[in-house]
Design a protein around this ligand. Structure first.
Ligand code: C5P
Length: 200
């Protein structure tokens, strides 16, 4: 098993980079944010979050409605609950175990879920750059109202993710930092593939 942990704040480019790294090395990919989004969506539908996390099924991650900004906020709210995080640990570790090679992206993969990952990346960008990218992405799907709203959303989630007691967002000590503020997609992907190759 070879595990690539890719952490970082919302909309820094983790998803794009993770998919490209997984494809390049022929590894499986898990977007762990989807787990928290699925629990957040269930909470919005009235299910208590701990119960939702304990009963999560793989098919719950297939819902395209999980991508919207309201679900993102709900995800970061359920993500502060220790019992919710604990209920999702096994799902994530089992994914890494049963894949020959796995790329997992999230907030705590290198610090908590796979602390012995062969390669760890921490992908960041300024809040303004991230908000602009996320706005363009959401606007293309008809899901965003304004850039200001998206920026406020990104900052609120950063704040909650970095300051929670349980598995706060921070780079693992041995993570390679990639700041994508000034990088285009191809350059960011190339930097990530190079970092993984050097660790492998
Ligand atoms: O990555 P994404 O933006 O989809 O994640 C949604 C929310 O889920 C994050 O803001 C964060 O609060 C939470 N999350 C987490 N740990 C992870 C992945 C996501 O706490 N490994």
């Amino acid at each position: 098993m070879f595990c690539v942990a890719i952490d970082g704040p919302a909309a820094a480019g983790k998803g794009t980079i993770s998919r490209a790294v997984a494809e390049h090395f022929g590894f499986a990919h898990l977007d762990t944010g989807l787990l928290y989004r699925a629990v957040g969506a269930k909470m919005m539908a009235g299910v208590p979050p701990v119960e939702a996390a304990q009963n999560l099924l793989p098919q719950d991650l297939d819902d395209p409605d999980l991508r919207g900004p309201e679900v993102a906020q709900a995800a970061s709210k359920v993500a502060v609950i220790a019992e919710v995080r604990a209920a999702l640990v096994d799902f994530q570790r089992a994914f890494a175990r049963r894949s020959g090679g796995a790329v997992m992206d999230g907030r705590d993969i290198g610090t908590v879920i796979c602390p012995r990952a062969e390669a760890k990346l921490f992908v960041t960008a300024s809040a303004e750059v991230r908000a602009k990218r996320r706005f363009q992405e959401l606007a293309a799907k008809g899901l965003a109202n304004s850039l200001e709203e998206v920026l406020a959303d990104v900052k609120a989630r950063d704040e909650r993710d970095m300051n929670r007691a349980e598995a706060p967002l921070r780079p693992a000590e041995d993570a390679v930092l990639i700041d994508t503020s000034e990088l285009d997609v191809d350059a960011a992907i190339a930097a990530a593939i190079q970092a993984v190759t050097e660790r492998g």
